[in-house]
Design a protein around this ligand. Structure first.
Ligand SMILES: O=P(O)(O)OC[C@H]1O[C@@H](O)[C@H](O)[C@@H](O)[C@@H]1O
Length: 286
């Protein structure tokens, strides 16, 4: 249950104005911590991890224009895109980042959240499903495990992503590295219409707006120059693609202080028969 926000009178008005609409706020968060003093904050709204502080540095960023009141998906941390990545038949990036997930297990260092179909989801996407998302703060890393089960009597297919906003002091100094970037063909969504481009290097740097889908690039992706030491994004199970997004130059979004390097299942939808499940595991090793 969210507490209503109280609205202070801003100024005296000479004419009667319509009553301001109350915006619900104070979304529920779960905090994880360990003996080393590392911490994690997770919003149950969208199952969005908004902070992972390791050794005093928060490796995740929340955009300055983010809304944390449930009025729109949280623009920051690790938004959960599912069952659709990007635009398409339903709302951009799907509904999972726009709904309250249920906490089914919680300890000091771990939380497990679930989402199942509702009248709202069935209305736009007529499938019964069960999502389970486990977030564990370990001594040296943050581990995420995602499982989709088709609980319906007909097949379903989905795309999705962990749309992670990595913090950085200066995006101009960031290098995103993976051996598989070299020679990979990526979908350049900045072109109109989007077009395939061949990548020459194993390193991506950002100096202009970027929106690229690297199909089949997975495994370890290393972020250098964002913080004092490199950070590794370990895509160990599922999540077959990597998406790089930056609204470079957009001051309102605070472009200088984040880059999105997303663990995605974007290029090829996953099809699940009734009773089948799919898992995606991503770990952050600062
Ligand atoms: O503003 P949103 O809906 O959170 O999406 C942000 C961006 O997310 C990226 O993953 C997409 O590739 C971009 O096209 C999109 O603009």
């Amino acid at each position: 249950m969210r507490a209503p926000v109280s609205i202070a009178p801003s100024s005296l008005r000479m004419v009667a104005a319509p009553a301001p609409e109350l915006v619900e706020s104070a979304l529920k968060t779960v905090s994880l911590s360990n003996a080393a003093g590392d911490s994690v904050t997770v919003y149950t709204f969208g199952a969005c991890i908004t902070s992972y502080v390791k050794g005093g540095t928060d490796v995740l960023a929340v955009r300055p224009d983010a809304k944390l009141d449930g009025s729109k998906p949280i623009s920051g941390g690790i938004p959960f895109c599912w069952p659709q990545f990007g635009p398409g038949a339903i709302q951009q990036h799907g509904f999972a980042r726009n709904l309250d997930w249920t906490v089914v297990e919680q300890s000091d260092s771990k939380v497990v959240m679930e989402l199942t179909e509702s009248a709202y989801t069935m209305d736009m996407w007529p499938h019964a499903f069960k999502l389970q998302y486990s977030v564990t703060l370990e001594d040296d890393r943050l581990a995420t495990d995602f499982c989709v089960t088709n609980t319906d009597s007909k097949p379903l297919s989905f795309t999705g992503a962990l749309h992670t906003y990595w913090s950085c002091d200066d995006i101009d100094k960031v290098a995103i590295k993976a051996p598989a970037f070299a020679g990979a063909t990526y979908l350049d969504k900045m072109q109109s219409p989007p077009a395939d481009v061949k990548s020459a290097s194993d390193t991506i740097s950002i100096g202009a707006p970027v929106d690229s889908v690297y199909a089949g690039v997975s495994g370890d992706v290393v972020l250098e120059g964002a913080h004092a030491s490199p950070l590794t994004i370990k895509n160990s199970v599922g999540w077959s693609d990597t998406v790089v997004w930056s609204p470079y130059g957009d001051e309102g979004m605070g472009y200088k202080n984040f880059v999105c390097v997303e663990s995605a299942q974007a290029a090829t939808p996953v099809k699940l028969e009734p009773g089948e499940y799919w898992t995606g595991a991503m770990e952050v090793v600062p």
